[in-house]
Ligand binder design. Structure first.
Ligand code: PEP
Ligand code: MG
Length: 322
């Protein structure tokens, strides 16, 4: 088993009938680079930058951020690295940024909402990212976008920071792809509109499941209701991929679902282009994908998205795959 996975290093993630997808890793710090290299990650689909801001007494400086981003970009160059801008709030708090207590933190002042309000924090991060962009293949991703206005506001601030750098004669890469997470149902539902303004989508199923089904992802008591097989979730995923492809952009996924061997056949069949997961799941996912036929998975996907319940979908998948 271990040997078999080892032999897959350097191999393509390709189906039997020639569909190639990208298998990338999710990381939290530059310390995770080793895991990416050991597991032959084809890129980074999600670098969660909030860890740079956590467990410390004050905001990280532009220089500290620049160094962390540069390290990851250089170590993987020329592989694509998707770096997500600050996604704090919800369950992740910062001791040095105290805000009013909220009734529903996951529905509150978090991620892009906070960044659009605290522009200085956002601009410092974007400046560090742009400066680091010359060291590798950077793609910038905004979290928790729930409307077109938010996306356009975030892009406007990015343009302002680019102008500042030009004034200061500081180099940055001119053709950085800019994308957004699809993790709020409102974003999935207008993904046809949003796709016209970004270079890629990455579906965040951890939050998308939570918000679509109104099930708190942290609440043990209702954990049985948190179900990736929920047909409502699968329909939103299908809608997002179809709308992205109609506008000619690539669509990835960086939620836990992307590394789940029961979900990969469905996602492949729905046309997902990039799967980003915990690095240890990459080689098993490659092994699975190389055994599948894309044409068959398309049939499978269209069958399951039309099923009526999570139970039915799960039973069907487990029967054919085990
Ligand atoms: C997600 O919501 O699926 C996601 C990848 O982001 P996080 O888990 O960091 O909220
Ligand atoms: Mg999320």
């Amino acid at each position: 088993e271990k040997k078999e996975l080892e032999a897959l290093k350097g191999q393509k993630s390709i189906t039997k009938d020639g569909r190639i997808v990208e298998l990338a890793g999710n990381i939290g710090t530059p310390n995770d680079i080793e895991g990416l290299l050991n597991n032959d990650a084809e890129g980074v689909g999600l670098y969660r930058t909030e860890f740079i801001y956590m467990d410390r007494p004050s905001l990280p400086t532009e220089e500290e951020q620049f160094n962390a981003y540069k390290e990851v970009l250089e170590s993987m160059n020329p592989k694509p690295i998707v770096i997500r801008t600050l996604d704090i709030g919800g369950d992740k708090e910062l001791s040095y940024l105290k805000f009013d207590e909220e009734m529903n933190p996951f529905l509150g002042y978090r991620a892009i909402r906070l960044c659009l309000d605290k522009k200085d924090i956002f601009k410092t991060q974007l400046r560090a990212l742009l400066r680091a962009s010359v060291y590798g293949n950077l793609k910038i991703m905004f979290p928790m976008i729930s409307s077109l206005e938010e996306l356009l506001a975030a892009k406007r601030i990015l343009d302002e920071v680019k102008c500042d750098l030009e004034k200061d004669k500081i180099a940055y890469c001119q053709n950085i792809e800019v994308g957004m997470m699809i993790e709020v149902p409102s974003a999935a539902l207008i993904s046809d509109i949003l796709a016209k303004h970004v270079d890629f989508f990455s579906i965040g199923t951890n939050d998308l499941i939570q918000y679509t089904t109104a099930v708190d992802r942290m609440n043990e008591k209702i954990h049985h209701l948190y179900n990736p097989f929920n047909p409502a979730v699968l329909r939103l995923i299908k809608m997002t991929i179809d709308n992205g492809h109609k506008e000619g952009i690539w669509v990835g996924m960086c939620g836990e679902m992307a590394g789940d061997k029961r979900m990969i056949p469905i996602l492949l069949g729905l046309g997902l282009d990039e799967f980003s997961m915990s690095p240890i799941s990459i080689l098993p996912a490659r092994k699975l994908i190389r055994k599948l036929k894309y044409e068959d998975m398309k049939d499978l996907a269209s069958k399951v998205v039309n099923m009526s319940s999570a139970e039915e979908i799960k039973a069907y998948i487990e029967k054919i795959l085990f």
